[in-house]
Structure formats: structure tokens, C-alpha cells
Design a protein around this ligand. Structure first.
Ligand SMILES: [Zn+2]
Length: 278
């Protein structure tokens, strides 16, 4: 069942839990994530990140996400992740995405604010929810280092930003990073609580894979309602393929794809259990 970002985050708020949001750049990821959500009977967010465009074009994968969401047995939001260009967002809205993240975090505050307002005006016409980012993570989506380093989100600035833009969810910066962690991340979860209190909006954790169970739980208690998770699930798929190839001489690629899908499903189930508090 296709639902929009606002509706799915409301479900999370009612249960004081977080919804897992997974990048799904290919069919194996889509199948793995949906099977995991249906197994646990929890709502889920499927995401297409603009950075994956080069190997997974929006015009191809977008309709797959929307159609898969419609035929799923659980509530699913089809969400555009880290969109840095409003023209690209317009295409996703036409395809039928029900959530979009406008990411102006690399821009000066005023420009981020102005573009986020435009994104909200565009998305409203399609009954689509909007997430935006304020502050900057230590690394960009895809794992490359952020030139300016991390900039933690200021709670008062966040309150003003949310009020003025009319967004539905905020991704603050509080110590997480995209990609695979080289050292255990140190998170400022108290900042999450303050931002949650000052904005009154559902908050989003980016760089959500590789965080300790304890930090997930505290973060959720402090107001995180959407947790973006991809790198560790994808790595689980890669590891399964490596193991399979070490054991036998595989001819067909579909056998490897299936091995990856199964491993990613197991990893997604583990993550969803924590996010849902199961
Ligand atoms: Zn992200």
C-alpha cells in the first residue's frame, strides 16, 4: 500500500518507533527490503538516491518503487533521497513518489532555505511529504568526505528553518556519517532531543547503518522517526556473493543475485526489528 511520507511518519510517532528507510537501487534490494517488512508486518520506506542515477536511472527504478509500494502488503513510502536539484525532484513527483528529500546542506543557509521552500511548494501539489537537511554530515551520500567537515545542527536555527519552510521532517547533523564507519561513531543524541523539542517534527538519521543498538534506541526515544540504512545491508549482500564464489564455481549471475538478496533480507530484518522496537 503506497502511503506518503507524512502518513508513514505519523505511524512511527504513534508507536514512538522509527521507520527504516532503505536505498534500493536494484531489484534485489527492493525484493529484500519488502520481504523483510512484510515478514515483520512493519511500514517501510524505499528510497532512490540521486547519487545512484548513473547506474540506476530514476526513470527506470522510480516506477518500480512506486508500483512495488502499491502492491505491498504493508504501508510503503516511495522516497527520493538526497535530491540536490529541483528539476530532478519534479521528475520524481511526476513518476508518483510520495516522499522527497531536498538536500541543500552544502549551500549557504539562505539558499538552502529558499530552495527548500520551493521544494515544499512543488511537493504539496502532489500530496508528497518533504524532508530537508540542515547542518552537514561528516561525509556525503556515497561515503566521500565532506570538504568542510561536519557542521552540527543548531537547535534554534533548526526551529526557525522548519517553521519558515513548512517541511514535514528534518535531517539534522549530530555525528553520524554516510558509508562504512572506520571507528565507532560518537553521537550527540542530546542534540537530537533538543531539536525534536524545538521543531516538533519527526527527525531523520542519515548514515544509520553501523550505529550501536543502544544509540538507535536512545535516538528513537529522543525523536528519530526515520532511519536511513543502506551501506551495511549492501555489504551483507556482497559478503554472501564472496562466500558463494569461494565455495563453488557459479555460472549464472542470477544465482549470485539471489544469494545477495537473501543476505540483504536477513540484514534488513535485523535492522527493522530494532527500529520498530520488536
Ligand atoms: Zn543520507
Amino acid at each position: 500500500m503506497l502511503v506518503n511520507l507524512v502518513e508513514i511518519l505519523k505511524m512511527a510517532e504513534e508507536k514512538k518507533c522509527a521507520i527504516g528507510a532503505f536505498n534500493t537501487p536494484n531489484l534485489e534490494c527492493v525484493n529484500a527490503v519488502l520481504a523483510a517488512a512484510e515478514e515483520l508486518k512493519v511500514p517501510v520506506i524505499l528510497m532512490h538516491a540521486q547519487i545512484h542515477e548513473e547506474f540506476s536511472p530514476l526513470e527506470t527504478i522510480g516506477p518500480v518503487l512506486v508500483q512495488s509500494a502499491k502492491s505491498a502488503k504493508v504501508p510503503v513510502c516511495a522516497h527520493l533521497d538526497h535530491c540536490e536539484d529541483l528539476g530532478y525532484m519534479a521528475k520524481a513527483l511526476e513518476i508518483g513518489f510520495t516522499g522527497v528529500m531536498y538536500d541543500g546542506s552544502t549551500l549557504p543557509y539562505g539558499e538552502n532555505l529558499a530552495n527548500t521552500k520551493k521544494a515544499v511548494a512543488m511537493a504539496k501539489k502532489y500530496n508528497c511529504g518533504v524532508e530537508a537537511e540542515l547542518g552537514a554530515l561528516a561525509s556525503r551520500e556515497g561515503g566521500t568526505a565532506n570538504a568542510a567537515g561536519p557542521v552540527y545542527t543548531d537547535p534554534d536555527e533548526a526551529a526557525a528553518f522548519c517553521e519558515e519552510t513548512g517541511i514535514d521532517a528534518l535531517a539534522p547533523s549530530f555525528g553520524t556519517a554516510h558509508g562504512i564507519y572506520k571507528a565507532r561513531p560518537v553521537l550527540d543524541l542530546n542534540r537530537v532531543k533538543l531539536i525534536s523539542e524545538k521543531t516538533g517534527l519527526p527527525l531523520v538519521m542519515h548514515g544509520g547503518s553501523g550505529v550501536s543498538i543502544e544509540d538507535y534506541r536512545t535516538g528513537i526515544a529522543n525523536g528519530l522517526r526515520k532511519i536511513n540504512y543502506y551501506s551495511y545491508m549492501s555489504k551483507a549482500g556482497t559478503n554472501a556473493v564472496k562466500e558463494r564464489l569461494e565455495k563453488e564455481d557459479v555460472t549464472f549471475f542470477h544465482d549470485l543475485a539471489l544469494a545477495a538478496e537473501r543476505a540483504m533480507r536477513l540484514d534488513a530484518v535485523k535492522a527493522m526489528r530494532i527500529f520498530a522496537g520488536l
